[in-house]
Write a protein that binds this ligand. Structure first.
Ligand code: ATP
Ligand code: MG
Ligand code: FE
Length: 339
Protein backbone atom coordinates (compact mmCIF):
# COMPACT_ATOMS: atom_id res chain seq x y z
CA UNK A 1 0.00 0.00 0.00
CA UNK A 2 1.11 3.56 -0.77
CA UNK A 3 0.73 5.98 2.16
CA UNK A 4 0.83 9.77 1.89
CA UNK A 5 1.78 11.55 5.13
CA UNK A 6 1.14 15.17 6.08
CA UNK A 7 3.01 17.05 8.84
CA UNK A 8 2.06 20.55 10.03
CA UNK A 9 2.71 20.53 13.80
CA UNK A 10 5.12 23.47 13.79
CA UNK A 11 6.59 25.57 10.97
CA UNK A 12 7.22 22.89 8.33
CA UNK A 13 4.54 21.85 5.84
CA UNK A 14 5.82 18.37 5.04
CA UNK A 15 4.44 15.74 2.68
CA UNK A 16 5.97 12.30 2.19
CA UNK A 17 4.94 9.22 0.24
CA UNK A 18 6.01 5.80 1.47
CA UNK A 19 5.50 2.16 0.52
CA UNK A 20 6.53 -0.16 3.37
CA UNK A 21 9.91 1.21 4.43
CA UNK A 22 10.67 2.82 1.05
CA UNK A 23 10.45 6.57 0.57
CA UNK A 24 8.89 7.23 -2.85
CA UNK A 25 8.72 11.01 -2.78
CA UNK A 26 8.63 14.00 -0.46
CA UNK A 27 8.36 17.73 -0.37
CA UNK A 28 8.73 20.38 2.31
CA UNK A 29 7.79 24.03 2.59
CA UNK A 30 9.01 25.94 5.63
CA UNK A 31 7.91 29.26 7.07
CA UNK A 32 11.11 29.47 9.15
CA UNK A 33 12.26 32.66 7.42
CA UNK A 34 9.01 34.44 8.28
CA UNK A 35 9.70 33.69 11.97
CA UNK A 36 13.40 34.48 12.10
CA UNK A 37 13.04 38.16 12.98
CA UNK A 38 10.89 37.16 15.99
CA UNK A 39 13.50 34.65 17.22
CA UNK A 40 10.86 31.91 17.46
CA UNK A 41 7.85 30.47 15.68
CA UNK A 42 4.76 32.74 15.57
CA UNK A 43 1.71 30.42 15.60
CA UNK A 44 -0.64 32.55 13.45
CA UNK A 45 2.05 33.05 10.82
CA UNK A 46 2.74 29.29 10.76
CA UNK A 47 -0.97 28.40 10.30
CA UNK A 48 -1.42 30.77 7.38
CA UNK A 49 1.77 29.48 5.73
CA UNK A 50 0.54 25.87 6.06
CA UNK A 51 -2.73 26.82 4.41
CA UNK A 52 -0.95 28.39 1.45
CA UNK A 53 1.66 25.63 1.11
CA UNK A 54 -0.54 22.54 1.58
CA UNK A 55 -1.83 21.84 -1.94
CA UNK A 56 1.38 22.73 -3.81
CA UNK A 57 3.45 20.64 -1.38
CA UNK A 58 1.20 17.59 -1.85
CA UNK A 59 1.44 18.07 -5.63
CA UNK A 60 5.24 18.37 -5.58
CA UNK A 61 5.61 15.20 -3.50
CA UNK A 62 3.32 13.27 -5.88
CA UNK A 63 5.18 14.58 -8.92
CA UNK A 64 8.52 13.57 -7.39
CA UNK A 65 7.20 10.06 -6.81
CA UNK A 66 5.71 9.86 -10.32
CA UNK A 67 2.27 9.26 -8.81
CA UNK A 68 -1.15 10.86 -8.78
CA UNK A 69 -3.61 11.21 -5.88
CA UNK A 70 -5.55 8.20 -7.22
CA UNK A 71 -2.48 5.99 -6.52
CA UNK A 72 -2.56 6.77 -2.79
CA UNK A 73 -4.03 3.90 -0.74
CA UNK A 74 -4.09 5.61 2.67
CA UNK A 75 -3.41 8.99 4.26
CA UNK A 76 -1.63 9.75 7.54
CA UNK A 77 -1.44 13.06 9.36
CA UNK A 78 0.13 14.42 12.53
CA UNK A 79 -2.82 14.78 14.93
CA UNK A 80 -0.62 16.13 17.75
CA UNK A 81 1.16 17.35 19.73
CA UNK A 82 2.01 20.76 18.27
CA UNK A 83 0.61 24.22 17.64
CA UNK A 84 -3.21 23.92 17.64
CA UNK A 85 -3.87 26.09 14.57
CA UNK A 86 -1.02 24.54 12.61
CA UNK A 87 -2.16 20.99 13.39
CA UNK A 88 -5.71 21.86 12.41
CA UNK A 89 -4.68 22.83 8.87
CA UNK A 90 -2.96 19.47 8.30
CA UNK A 91 -5.76 17.42 9.84
CA UNK A 92 -8.44 19.27 7.83
CA UNK A 93 -6.49 18.79 4.60
CA UNK A 94 -5.89 15.09 5.27
CA UNK A 95 -9.59 14.56 6.03
CA UNK A 96 -10.53 16.29 2.77
CA UNK A 97 -8.17 14.08 0.73
CA UNK A 98 -9.24 10.87 2.48
CA UNK A 99 -12.95 11.63 2.29
CA UNK A 100 -12.97 12.80 -1.33
CA UNK A 101 -10.89 9.81 -2.51
CA UNK A 102 -12.58 7.24 -0.25
CA UNK A 103 -9.32 6.19 1.42
CA UNK A 104 -8.57 5.46 5.09
CA UNK A 105 -7.00 8.14 7.28
CA UNK A 106 -4.60 7.59 10.18
CA UNK A 107 -4.06 10.38 12.74
CA UNK A 108 -0.67 9.83 14.36
CA UNK A 109 1.54 11.08 17.19
CA UNK A 110 4.32 13.42 16.07
CA UNK A 111 7.01 11.86 18.30
CA UNK A 112 6.21 8.29 17.30
CA UNK A 113 6.60 9.47 13.69
CA UNK A 114 10.05 10.89 14.54
CA UNK A 115 10.99 7.35 15.69
CA UNK A 116 9.35 5.50 12.77
CA UNK A 117 11.16 7.58 10.13
CA UNK A 118 14.39 5.72 10.85
CA UNK A 119 12.88 2.69 9.09
CA UNK A 120 13.18 4.59 5.79
CA UNK A 121 16.94 4.75 6.32
CA UNK A 122 17.93 1.63 8.28
CA UNK A 123 15.08 -0.83 7.75
CA UNK A 124 12.68 -2.24 10.34
CA UNK A 125 13.22 -1.04 13.91
CA UNK A 126 14.33 -3.67 16.42
CA UNK A 127 11.71 -4.46 19.07
CA UNK A 128 12.26 -3.07 21.60
CA UNK A 129 14.42 -0.02 21.01
CA UNK A 130 15.06 3.20 22.93
CA UNK A 131 14.50 6.59 21.29
CA UNK A 132 16.05 9.94 22.19
CA UNK A 133 14.04 12.73 20.54
CA UNK A 134 15.52 16.19 20.71
CA UNK A 135 14.04 19.15 18.85
CA UNK A 136 12.97 22.74 19.34
CA UNK A 137 9.84 21.61 21.17
CA UNK A 138 10.78 18.31 22.78
CA UNK A 139 13.50 16.44 24.64
CA UNK A 140 12.22 12.95 25.36
CA UNK A 141 13.48 9.51 26.19
CA UNK A 142 11.13 6.80 25.00
CA UNK A 143 11.04 3.05 25.43
CA UNK A 144 9.61 1.63 22.20
CA UNK A 145 8.47 -2.00 22.39
CA UNK A 146 6.57 -1.48 19.09
CA UNK A 147 6.40 1.84 17.26
CA UNK A 148 2.95 1.04 15.82
CA UNK A 149 1.27 0.29 19.13
CA UNK A 150 3.41 0.75 22.22
CA UNK A 151 5.55 3.81 22.91
CA UNK A 152 6.31 4.73 26.53
CA UNK A 153 7.71 7.97 27.89
CA UNK A 154 10.49 7.42 30.43
CA UNK A 155 11.73 10.99 30.70
CA UNK A 156 11.45 14.48 29.24
CA UNK A 157 12.71 17.98 29.77
CA UNK A 158 11.29 19.69 32.86
CA UNK A 159 11.82 23.14 31.30
CA UNK A 160 13.44 24.12 27.96
CA UNK A 161 13.84 21.65 25.12
CA UNK A 162 17.40 21.00 23.89
CA UNK A 163 16.79 22.77 20.56
CA UNK A 164 15.19 25.69 22.38
CA UNK A 165 18.37 26.01 24.48
CA UNK A 166 20.47 26.05 21.28
CA UNK A 167 18.20 28.74 19.83
CA UNK A 168 18.32 30.90 23.00
CA UNK A 169 22.08 30.62 23.44
CA UNK A 170 22.54 31.49 19.75
CA UNK A 171 20.59 34.67 20.42
CA UNK A 172 22.82 35.53 23.41
CA UNK A 173 25.83 35.08 21.10
CA UNK A 174 24.18 37.10 18.27
CA UNK A 175 24.49 34.17 15.87
CA UNK A 176 20.94 34.20 14.41
CA UNK A 177 17.94 31.82 14.22
CA UNK A 178 17.49 28.88 14.18
CA UNK A 179 20.51 28.63 16.42
CA UNK A 180 21.34 24.91 16.38
CA UNK A 181 23.21 24.76 13.08
CA UNK A 182 24.94 28.11 13.80
CA UNK A 183 26.22 26.95 17.20
CA UNK A 184 27.26 23.64 15.68
CA UNK A 185 29.35 25.52 13.11
CA UNK A 186 30.80 28.07 15.57
CA UNK A 187 31.70 25.27 18.01
CA UNK A 188 34.00 23.60 15.47
CA UNK A 189 36.56 26.38 16.03
CA UNK A 190 36.14 26.32 19.82
CA UNK A 191 37.36 24.34 22.83
CA UNK A 192 34.57 22.29 24.48
CA UNK A 193 36.57 22.25 27.74
CA UNK A 194 37.18 26.02 27.82
CA UNK A 195 34.28 26.74 30.20
CA UNK A 196 32.55 24.27 32.51
CA UNK A 197 28.81 24.94 32.24
CA UNK A 198 26.30 23.14 34.52
CA UNK A 199 24.92 19.74 33.50
CA UNK A 200 21.39 19.92 34.89
CA UNK A 201 19.97 16.66 36.36
CA UNK A 202 23.02 14.70 35.15
CA UNK A 203 23.22 12.45 38.18
CA UNK A 204 19.71 12.72 39.66
CA UNK A 205 18.85 9.13 38.75
CA UNK A 206 15.86 10.13 36.58
CA UNK A 207 15.58 10.12 32.78
CA UNK A 208 14.53 13.77 32.78
CA UNK A 209 16.43 16.74 31.40
CA UNK A 210 16.75 20.39 32.39
CA UNK A 211 18.33 23.01 30.14
CA UNK A 212 17.08 26.32 31.47
CA UNK A 213 19.81 26.58 34.15
CA UNK A 214 22.44 25.97 31.49
CA UNK A 215 20.98 28.64 29.23
CA UNK A 216 20.98 31.13 32.14
CA UNK A 217 24.55 30.20 33.09
CA UNK A 218 25.73 30.90 29.53
CA UNK A 219 23.89 34.24 29.46
CA UNK A 220 25.42 35.27 32.83
CA UNK A 221 28.90 34.23 31.71
CA UNK A 222 28.63 36.28 28.51
CA UNK A 223 27.19 39.30 30.39
CA UNK A 224 30.05 39.24 32.89
CA UNK A 225 32.55 39.28 30.03
CA UNK A 226 30.78 42.18 28.34
CA UNK A 227 30.55 44.14 31.60
CA UNK A 228 34.28 43.71 32.10
CA UNK A 229 34.80 45.11 28.61
CA UNK A 230 36.44 41.89 27.45
CA UNK A 231 35.76 40.19 24.10
CA UNK A 232 33.41 37.18 24.16
CA UNK A 233 35.15 34.03 22.86
CA UNK A 234 32.11 32.96 20.81
CA UNK A 235 33.57 29.69 19.52
CA UNK A 236 34.62 28.55 23.02
CA UNK A 237 31.25 29.47 24.55
CA UNK A 238 29.41 27.66 21.73
CA UNK A 239 31.59 24.55 22.04
CA UNK A 240 31.38 24.45 25.86
CA UNK A 241 27.60 24.95 25.84
CA UNK A 242 27.12 22.30 23.16
CA UNK A 243 29.30 19.86 25.10
CA UNK A 244 27.17 20.33 28.23
CA UNK A 245 23.99 19.56 26.28
CA UNK A 246 25.22 16.50 24.40
CA UNK A 247 27.03 15.11 27.46
CA UNK A 248 23.74 14.92 29.40
CA UNK A 249 21.69 13.70 26.41
CA UNK A 250 24.01 10.82 25.58
CA UNK A 251 24.63 9.90 29.24
CA UNK A 252 20.89 9.52 29.94
CA UNK A 253 20.10 7.78 26.65
CA UNK A 254 22.72 5.10 27.33
CA UNK A 255 21.48 4.80 30.92
CA UNK A 256 17.96 3.98 29.65
CA UNK A 257 19.40 1.31 27.36
CA UNK A 258 21.48 -0.21 30.19
CA UNK A 259 18.71 -0.10 32.80
CA UNK A 260 16.24 -1.78 30.43
CA UNK A 261 18.60 -4.22 28.74
CA UNK A 262 17.90 -2.66 25.33
CA UNK A 263 20.61 -2.93 22.65
CA UNK A 264 19.36 -0.41 20.07
CA UNK A 265 19.15 3.38 20.33
CA UNK A 266 17.48 5.67 17.78
CA UNK A 267 18.08 9.42 17.87
CA UNK A 268 15.73 11.82 16.09
CA UNK A 269 14.46 15.40 16.06
CA UNK A 270 16.23 18.46 14.70
CA UNK A 271 19.03 18.42 17.29
CA UNK A 272 20.02 14.94 16.03
CA UNK A 273 21.62 16.84 13.15
CA UNK A 274 24.22 18.14 15.64
CA UNK A 275 27.65 16.89 14.66
CA UNK A 276 28.98 16.67 18.23
CA UNK A 277 25.88 14.80 19.43
CA UNK A 278 26.32 12.28 16.62
CA UNK A 279 30.01 11.77 17.40
CA UNK A 280 29.65 11.46 21.18
CA UNK A 281 26.60 9.20 20.90
CA UNK A 282 28.54 6.87 18.59
CA UNK A 283 31.54 6.83 20.95
CA UNK A 284 29.43 6.07 24.02
CA UNK A 285 27.22 3.52 22.25
CA UNK A 286 30.33 1.66 21.04
CA UNK A 287 31.66 1.57 24.59
CA UNK A 288 28.30 0.35 25.96
CA UNK A 289 27.66 -2.27 23.27
CA UNK A 290 24.59 -0.40 21.98
CA UNK A 291 23.80 -0.15 18.24
CA UNK A 292 23.09 3.44 17.22
CA UNK A 293 20.68 4.52 14.47
CA UNK A 294 20.40 8.17 13.43
CA UNK A 295 18.58 9.00 10.19
CA UNK A 296 20.12 11.53 7.80
CA UNK A 297 19.59 15.14 8.99
CA UNK A 298 16.80 15.83 6.46
CA UNK A 299 14.73 13.04 8.04
CA UNK A 300 15.57 14.16 11.61
CA UNK A 301 13.91 17.57 11.35
CA UNK A 302 10.13 17.80 10.91
CA UNK A 303 9.01 16.33 7.58
CA UNK A 304 6.15 14.47 5.93
CA UNK A 305 8.07 11.27 5.26
CA UNK A 306 8.10 10.48 8.99
CA UNK A 307 4.31 10.63 9.14
CA UNK A 308 4.01 8.45 6.04
CA UNK A 309 6.55 6.01 7.54
CA UNK A 310 4.45 5.59 10.69
CA UNK A 311 1.25 5.42 8.60
CA UNK A 312 2.75 2.60 6.53
CA UNK A 313 3.69 0.79 9.75
CA UNK A 314 0.11 1.09 11.05
CA UNK A 315 -1.36 -0.12 7.75
CA UNK A 316 1.11 -3.01 7.74
CA UNK A 317 0.15 -3.95 11.30
CA UNK A 318 -3.50 -4.09 10.23
CA UNK A 319 -4.61 -1.39 12.65
CA UNK A 320 -7.97 0.32 12.23
CA UNK A 321 -7.93 3.79 10.68
CA UNK A 322 -9.08 6.90 12.54
CA UNK A 323 -12.64 8.12 12.55
CA UNK A 324 -13.22 10.98 10.12
CA UNK A 325 -14.09 13.31 13.01
CA UNK A 326 -10.49 12.88 14.18
CA UNK A 327 -9.48 15.91 16.28
CA UNK A 328 -6.21 17.84 16.22
CA UNK A 329 -4.92 17.45 19.79
CA UNK A 330 -2.16 19.92 20.69
CA UNK A 331 -1.26 17.92 23.82
CA UNK A 332 -1.74 14.37 22.53
CA UNK A 333 -0.06 11.98 25.01
CA UNK A 334 2.64 9.65 23.65
CA UNK A 335 0.69 6.59 24.77
CA UNK A 336 -1.61 7.40 21.83
CA UNK A 337 0.52 6.39 18.81
CA UNK A 338 -2.56 6.66 16.57
CA UNK A 339 -6.12 7.77 17.20
P1 ATP B 1 9.06 19.99 17.17
O1 ATP B 1 9.75 20.23 18.44
O2 ATP B 1 7.58 20.05 17.28
O3 ATP B 1 9.50 18.74 16.50
P2 ATP B 1 10.76 21.84 15.71
O4 ATP B 1 10.50 22.64 14.47
O5 ATP B 1 11.45 22.55 16.78
O6 ATP B 1 9.39 21.21 16.20
P3 ATP B 1 12.71 20.21 14.38
O7 ATP B 1 12.46 20.82 13.02
O8 ATP B 1 12.82 18.74 14.47
O9 ATP B 1 11.61 20.57 15.38
O10 ATP B 1 14.03 20.83 15.02
C1 ATP B 1 14.39 22.18 15.01
C2 ATP B 1 15.37 22.41 16.15
O11 ATP B 1 16.58 21.68 15.90
C3 ATP B 1 15.77 23.87 16.32
O12 ATP B 1 15.72 24.19 17.69
C4 ATP B 1 17.21 23.90 15.79
O13 ATP B 1 18.00 24.90 16.42
C5 ATP B 1 17.69 22.51 16.15
N1 ATP B 1 18.83 22.09 15.31
C6 ATP B 1 18.87 21.93 13.97
N2 ATP B 1 20.11 21.61 13.55
C7 ATP B 1 20.89 21.55 14.67
C8 ATP B 1 22.27 21.27 14.93
N3 ATP B 1 23.14 21.00 13.95
N4 ATP B 1 22.69 21.31 16.21
C9 ATP B 1 21.83 21.58 17.23
N5 ATP B 1 20.54 21.85 17.05
C10 ATP B 1 20.06 21.84 15.80
MG1 MG C 1 10.82 23.03 12.61
FE1 FE D 1 9.36 17.38 15.46
Amino acid sequence: PIVLGIETSCDETGVGIVRGTTLLGESIASSVEQHSRFGGVVPEVASRAHLEAMTPTVERALRGAGLTLADVDAFAVTAGPGLPGALMVGVAAAKAYALSLGRPLYGVHHLAAHVAVDQLEHGRLPKPCVALLVSGGHSSLLLVPDVATDVRSLGATVDDAAGEAFDKVARVLDLGFPGGPLIDRAAREGDPAAITFPRGKYADGTYDFSFSGLKTAVARWVEARERAGEPVPVADVAASFQEAVVDVLTHKAIKVCRDNGVRDLVIGGGVAANSRLRALAQERCDAAGVRLRIPRPKLCTDNGAMVAALGAELVGAGLAPSALDLPADSSLPIETVSL
